[in-house]
Design a protein around this ligand. Structure first.
Ligand SMILES: NC(=O)c1ccc[n+]([C@@H]2O[C@H](COP(=O)([O-])OP(=O)(O)OC[C@H]3O[C@@H](n4cnc5c(N)ncnc54)[C@H](O)[C@@H]3O)[C@@H](O)[C@H]2O)c1
Length: 332
């Protein structure tokens, strides 16, 4: 993948949800690449101020993407690029709060798109979900054309809805959009919590000496993708002309069993409490997930670099270095 620093140097970039797990890593990268200004619009509903990258060219604005005053304020800066990552996250949260999910992920993206169109942005990159848009009938490894309309959570429905909106803005207004379908992101920067992903939660429990609860049999597989690889894919999508109007899987292209991941976490942390098995959650019907990343590879030169065990070691280091803040913030 080529170095995109020259493309972003001197530009103004809006990252909604930039305080979050993926957004924080993206903003750090854009800042290091020499952007003039990286504007983060985030209401901190699932993120923390201590976790936001600090740099002279990063400008954090606390606010809601549903608030027109906030949107006017950030779009007045005439961003060249918009990365729309703000979302009501994720499956269980959406089952518990389906209307909030629709408001933030549905009305939220519509509003951000409307402002992006008004100021004529060079690129609008949307964070869709591979685990969301493919269904039980989609053939594995999932290819971009094989989306499903038989989904199992409101979050999956609204992540797909976001793609329908971006495509509509491209079709009607020629807005240069790209849909990025992340597969199970993991890495430094994700604070554990009730509605967070399994990897940070397992590290948190393991470091507290608690047995790791596997909801299912443990043989289930996921395509865990290191956040640094996802960020590299996003950076390319913001620039490459051939990406416009397209959807791309950003996965690792490899699958690992939940039990394998749990054992590595317990080994790294020295957790002797082991594993316990719990009932599978009723919406959690996809026992296997695996992306095909050929399209992203061919078009964007996307090549996931991180080996799974090394990535988990990076997460462990981040937990050790940020333990006090993590303990203060984690809510279950
Ligand atoms: N993490 C994954 O495995 C994964 C997988 C597929 C897709 N995605 C998508 O990628 C994006 C980033 O995911 P993440 O893991 O960083 O999630 P995250 O929850 O850490 O980040 C989302 C951010 O959006 C903010 N936010 C929520 N509602 C908001 C609102 N109304 N106004 C302003 N900000 C708001 C939150 O405070 C948070 O900082 C999301 O859109 C998510 O749906 C993530």
């Amino acid at each position: 993948m080529r170095d995109y620093s020259a493309d972003y140097k001197g530009s103004t970039i809006l990252v909604t949800g930039g305080a979050g797990a993926v957004g924080g890593n993206l903003c750090r990268k854009l800042s290091e690449m020499g952007a003039e200004k990286v504007i983060i619009l985030d209401d901190l509903s699932s993120s923390y101020e201590w976790n936001i990258p600090k740099a002279d060219n990063v400008n954090f604005i606390e606010g809601d993407i549903l608030d027109d005053e906030m949107l006017k304020r950030v779009f007045k800066e005439q961003p060249d690029y918009v990365f729309h990552l703000a979302a009501h996250f994720a499956n269980q949260n959406s089952v518990d709060n389906p209307e909030k999910d629709l408001n933030v992920n549905g009305l939220g993206i519509l509003k951000v798109l409307q402002y992006a169109q008004l100021v004529d942005v060079e690129r609008f990159v949307y964070s869709s979900s591979g685990c969301g848009v493919y269904g039980l009938e989609s053939k594995m490894p999932f290819e971009e054309h094989d989306v499903s309309i038989n989904l199992h959570t409101p979050y999956q429905v609204t992540k797909l809805l976001g793609e329908l909106y971006t495509n509509y803005f491209q079709n009607l207004y020629d807005l240069p959009i790209v849909n990025a379908r992340f597969f199970n992101s993991y890495g430094p920067g994700e604070v554990p919590g009730r509605y967070r992903n399994v990897i940070p939660n397992f590290f948190y429990w393991a470091m507290n000496g608690i047995p790791l609860p596997i909801t299912g049999e443990g043989a289930e597989t996921r395509d865990w993708t290191y956040v640094g690889d996802i960020v590299n894919g996003l950076v390319a999508m913001g620039v490459e002309e051939k990406a416009i109007g397209e959807a791309f899987n950003l996965g690792s292209g490899k699958d690992h069993q939940v039990i394998e991941m749990a054992n590595i976490v317990n080994d790294l942390t020295g957790n002797e409490a082991g594993i316990i098995y719990k009932e599978r959650r009723n919406w959690d019907v996809k026992t296997k997930l695996l992306s095909c990343v050929d399209k992203a590879n061919n078009t964007l030169d996307y090549e996931p670099q991180m080996k799974f065990k090394d990535g988990l070691e990076h997460v462990h280091n981040w937990f050790e270095n940020n333990w006090d803040n993590i303990q203060k913030s984690a809510e279950f």
